[in-house]
Design a binder for this molecule. Structure first.
Ligand code: PLP
Length: 369
């Protein structure tokens, strides 16, 4: 049976390790990005690789988002099951099994998918005809990150035309992600890198339009570039995700650059051992807090410096106030990377004013197929 404390439980009594979300802060983050988008005349389609649950998707749609992004068919299935009816999969869905599942989602929600190859266009078109359902398709364009994506120029235009000609597919536009820029700490450099990437995307859109096709969607943007990409006139929608909770990595990237987002998600832990002076052990290990972007920060007490995480232990050096930590004390960690931390947990424990309001299932955990 899962551990499910009742609403009204004080946050200090929630057993650890647990993901604690401050609802007031998360809701303010949602509101802030929605306000930014509407003030800048750009639509918002937040990426659910972060929130991984219909709860956050629906909250964001309620606050003005036009729909959400998903990274995988499994995420899209989870979102559609939870009542989200407008989903852009920002990834290539290949192979018969996944494509069959994709059309399963498409029977319940309006789904658009990103392609970057002729092979994928051919198999999606075949399936669209077999299922008798039109599928919206956008091109993922390689804009500088050197990940997936068709090269802008002739290759992109030829692929867009192939989508347009393919029975059962509807060409909707282009997307690109400035992944090479989002974590650049110097704002001027981040801006230059992001605009270079956006230029590549717009160049692809121009060429496709010159060939006679309409490009309805031009989608891009991460949290690190929201106020750069989101101010480019021709970008039609932003696909940022991390701003929902803000993690230590993005706080570090923004530094003193002004932004309205505050950290809403922490992982709570308990001190389980004080084996030697100056050393404390707590119960969130790597299975509770991801360290792909670095170790978490202790934010509830000064002087506890995380030195490393093994599977189930967090080892901290203590000094000053943290020297007084006792076995059984609760502490709060700010993860460096929210997305990969969330993916390891079953529940969000959502609190307001220090009291549990609701427990939300992380329905997207493990949904990476
Ligand atoms: C395709 C795509 N779009 C958007 C994002 C934006 O995410 P974030 O707001 O975390 O930068 C990501 C992040 O990985 C992504 O892969």
């Amino acid at each position: 049976m899962d551990y499910l404390p009742l609403p009204g439980t004080p946050v200090e009594e929630i057993d650890t390790p647990a993901i604690i979300v401050d609802l007031d802060i998360a809701e303010a983050n949602i509101e802030a990005m929605s306000t930014f988008a509407s003030q800048n005349g750009v639509s918002l389609r937040p990426h659910m690789k972060t929130g991984k649950s219909p709860f956050w998707a629906l909250k964001q749609i309620e606050a003005g988002a036009i729909g959400v992004c998903a990274a995988k068919v499994g995420e899209a299935e989870m979102l559609a099951e939870g009542g989200v009816n407008e989903i852009l999969i920002t990834n290539q869905i290949v192979g018969q099994t996944k494509i069959r599942r994709l059309f399963g989602v498409a029977s319940r929600a309006n789904v658009t998918v990103a392609v970057d190859s002729h092979e994928n266009v051919a198999e999606l078109s075949e399936a669209a005809q077999a299922f008798g359902r039109e599928l919206g398709v956008i091109l993922e364009v390689e804009t500088g990150m050197k990940r997936a994506g068709v090269e802008p120029g002739e290759a992109a235009t030829t692929l867009a035309k192939a989508v347009d000609r393919a029975p059962g597919l509807r060409f909707d536009g282009v997307m690109g992600y400035e992944g090479g820029a989002v974590y650049t700490e110097n704002f001027d450099l981040r801006k230059r890198q992001a605009l270079e990437s956006v230029d590549n995307l717009l160049r692809a859109a121009d060429d496709i339009e010159a060939s006679g096709l309409e490009v309805k969607i031009i989608s891009a943007g991460g949290t690190g570039t929201y106020d750069i990409t989101g101010k480019v006139d021709r970008i039609t929608e932003l696909q940022c995700g991390s701003y929902l909770f803000m993690d230590a990595k993005y706080l570090q990237v923004f530094g003193d650059h002004p932004h309205p987002f505050r950290p809403a998600l922490t992982v709570s832990g308990t001190v389980t051992s004080r084996p030697a002076p100056g050393r404390a052990i707590a119960d969130p290990g790597q299975k509770a807090i991801s360290i792909d972007q670095g170790v978490p920060e202790v934010i509830s007490i000064e002087g506890a410096i995380v030195q490393g995480l093994s599977e189930e232990h967090c080892v901290m050096k203590t000094e000053g106030p943290a020297d007084n930590l006792k076995i059984g004390d609760k502490i709060s960690f700010l993860p460096t990377h929210s997305d990969t931390t969330i993916a390891q947990h079953a529940y969000y424990f959502c609190v307001r004013d220090g009291v549990l309001e609701t427990v939300v299932e992380i329905a997207g955990r493990g949904r990476f197929t």
